[in-house]
Design a protein. Structure first.
Length: 492
């Protein structure tokens, strides 16, 4: 096994035993990165920064000061501001932007000794489910079963592809409506969206502020627990950050869920669900039952309204957040003609800088916030959101410890197959994941099996707020029972 193929846990142990250096581990990942250029996962490589950080990590390890993430090479999603490194959110409107500050998440990871290999591709401003809206071009899924190039999912498609292809040991992702969990499922890796407020959003380019949450994308549940611990914590720079102690998530992985009650929501058995997805779900139910859990049918009656509510709230918040990109202070500014004023500058800059999907969502968001429609759309969606949140609260108050659902309605689809179709068909990829964001709950996707074509499929576990440790333990049991070890066959 090459060093870049290790998990965080295995690399951590090898580094501490002196069997491997952080520099050698980093260089192994850099070789894999260069070999994987055709996947278009990394958009800004930072080899000099990576080697400097690796040398510093080796010195810390030698001195006996080695946090769990010390010396671990990571990819950073382009949504995270990294000091002195291009941070464009995959948008032309932020071309050339190099922040003079570090996001809280990356500062925490680097403070723990992690190594940044570079910035990862994504959907523009995190708006997409297939990584086809990026100004850098689409990412290609390392899994391939025929002549087609497949999507790695979105918006964290670059993160998912890089981890699945062993270009890095793990990566940061963000999840607004499923953008960690869906690409994790499409690429056969683990992705967790923590409780809203568990991880600081400061220094992460905003899409929809009441929904966005950062989380780790890793090769195993144990790795997710290790990395989440390093990313979490109260941040006074983020008013939505929770002032709560960070538990030892890795210590929670006992593998014992005897007596735990797992909810199976009837509303997730939707018309037209592929037989393979339903069979996978039933297989997951059996795995948890065999581990000693009690399976309970539950109802989440407002689930059917989740997608419409999400696609009102998220564009409304995006319309507000993206109003700042006007060509005045930073980023792209359009060339003006004689006689053009500030209105023309705004119009030309934003029409040149934003891609079609971002423009579509800004227009929808502006419409639902406009006079005469605010109450009819935005306020109604907020009320529906409250009902969805209450559904989960009632389930947990009734003694449910976790909820098991599919992660996606299908395996990875071909690039271009949905992008040019009705956008609603693309939005339906989030059908199982958006409720978690609307309710602010933690959710994790775990690879459980392969479909008939040989592509990975994942199941989602939804947990109680602030109980990521317990959620990860359920995910760990599911992971161990499934025994998923399949990897993408190298073709790139």
């Amino acid at each position: 096994m090459n060093a870049n193929e290790l998990t965080i846990a295995a690399a951590r142990d090898a580094l501490r035993r002196g069997e491997l250096s952080a520099v050698d581990l980093t260089m192994s990942c850099m070789v894999a990165m260069d070999a994987g250029d055709d996947l278009n996962a990394f958009v800004h490589k930072t080899p000099d920064i990576a080697l400097d950080q690796a040398r510093a990590a080796d010195a810390r390890i030698a001195a006996g000061d080695a946090p769990a993430m010390c010396g671990i090479p990571l990819g950073i999603k382009d949504l995270f501001c990294t000091k002195g490194v291009p941070s464009q959110a995959a948008s032309n409107i932020l071309a050339g932007f190099k922040p003079e500050y570090e996001s809280t998440v990356t500062a925490k990871l680097f403070g723990a000794g992690a190594v940044m290999l570079g910035k990862l591709n994504m959907d523009e401003f995190a708006m997409g489910s297939s990584n086809e809206t990026s100004c850098y071009g689409n990412v290609i899924n390392p899994w391939k079963v025929d002549d087609r190039n497949l999507t790695p999912g979105g918006s964290s498609g670059g993160s998912a592809a890089a981890v699945a292809a062993d270009m890095c040991l793990a990566a940061t992702g963000t999840d607004t409506g499923g953008s960690i969990r869906q690409p994790a499922a499409f690429t056969g890796i683990v992705g967790i969206k923590p409780t809203y407020g568990r991880v600081s959003r400061w220094g992460i380019v905003a899409f929809a502020s009441s929904l966005d949450q950062a989380g780790p994308m890793t090769k195993s549940v144990r790795d997710a627990a290790i990395m989440l611990g390093a990313m979490s914590g109260h941040d006074p720079m983020d008013s939505t950050s929770a002032d709560l102690a960070v538990p030892d998530f890795e210590a929670a992985l006992t593998g014992d869920i005897r007596g735990k009650r797992i909810g199976i929501p009837r509303e997730y058995r939707m018309d037209g669900m592929p037989a393979e997805i339903d069979a996978l779900w039933q297989s997951g139910v059996a795995m948890l039952k065999d581990a000693g859990a009690e399976i309970v049918d539950i109802t989440l009656p407002h689930t059917k309204y989740a997608l419409p509510a999400y696609y009102v709230i998220a564009p409304a918040e995006a319309s507000s957040n993206l109003a700042r990109y006007d060509g005045v202070r930073y980023g792209h500014r359009a060339k003006l003609s004689a006689g053009d004023g500030i209105t023309e500058m705004y119009e030309k800059t934003r029409s040149e800088g934003f891609g079609p999907e971002v423009q579509r969502r800004i227009m929808v968001g502006t419409y639902v916030l406009s006079a005469g429609f605010y109450d009819a759309y935005y306020n109604r969606a907020r009320r529906v959101r409250a009902l969805i949140k209450r559904d989960f609260e009632l389930a947990f108050e009734g003694g449910i410890d976790a909820i098991l659902t599919p992660a996606t309605p299908s395996s990875a689809f071909g690039l271009g197959e949905l992008a040019d179709a009705d956008p609603i068909q693309m939005y339906l990829n989030d059908v199982f994941t958006v409720t978690v964001n609307l309710a602010g709950l933690p959710g994790v996707s775990v690879p459980v099996g392969l479909d008939s074509k040989g592509l990975p499929l994942g199941l989602q576990l939804i947990g109680r707020p602030w109980e990521e440790g317990d959620l990860l333990n359920h995910a760990y049991v599911l992971e161990q029972a499934a025994g998923f070890v399949a990897k993408a066959k190298k073709w790139w």
